[in-house]
Write a protein of this length. Structure first.
Length: 195
């Protein structure tokens, strides 16, 4: 009977840890162009002609289409910035640091990206951009915001591409230390029962 009580209590505790976020209230998410920034760093001497890699934060961030109420599992996709390459040649080792500002909640998630681009005077271009995605932003209610910037693999006419950001509300996974303590506690209960 006591063993049954311990097993039932343990299962209840685990379910509370993993399912407890299902009743979280929706939150209002509002990214903004004010305070958002993109910093580009590359060596212009690598090009055959002077090259440029310019970025512009999207004004769409300040429109009603760029805000939403997010429940657990919901996502919002917004145009974050435009990247334009010009000149003639191949630009490697382009480093980008991007900060997406929010009015609500009040956070400033940052990510670093790297890539390479080829352009023929901006008329024809190709390139790729990969991000080291930011960590989850804890909202303090067992949920978090996950902000993922779009990776690029572009090839075609023109020299401008839009990079989007996907903002998702996800359940915060218990930290390994918390799960470890839970496991030690359950092991202790099991050993005590055997004695």
């Amino acid at each position: 009977m006591k063993t049954q009580w311990i097993a039932t209590s343990s299962i209840g505790l685990l379910l509370t840890l993993f399912v407890g976020t299902a009743s979280a209230d929706p939150i209002f998410v509002d990214p903004t162009a004010q305070g958002s920034s993109i910093v580009v760093d590359f060596d212009p001497n690598e090009c055959w002609e002077p090259c440029t890699v310019d970025t512009t934060v999207s004004s769409a961030l300040d429109s009603a289409a760029g805000e939403a109420w997010l429940d657990l599992g919901d996502s919002l996709v917004v145009d974050f910035f435009d990247i334009t390459v010009g000149g003639l040649g191949y630009v490697s080792d382009v480093m980008i640091t991007a900060t997406l500002a929010f009015i609500a909640p009040d956070i400033l998630p940052l990510a670093n990206g790297s890539g390479r681009f080829f352009t023929y005077f901006g008329r024809f271009s190709a390139g790729e951009l990969h991000w080291d995605q930011p960590a989850l932003v804890d909202l303090g209610d067992d949920t978090a915001l996950s902000i993922n910037f779009e990776d690029l693999h572009e090839f075609g006419l023109g020299g401008t591409t839009t990079v989007s950001a996907t903002i998702s509300r996800v359940a915060r996974v218990p930290e390994p230390a918390t799960l470890g303590l839970l496991g030690i506690g359950l092991l202790g209960l099991g050993l005590r029962r055997r004695k």
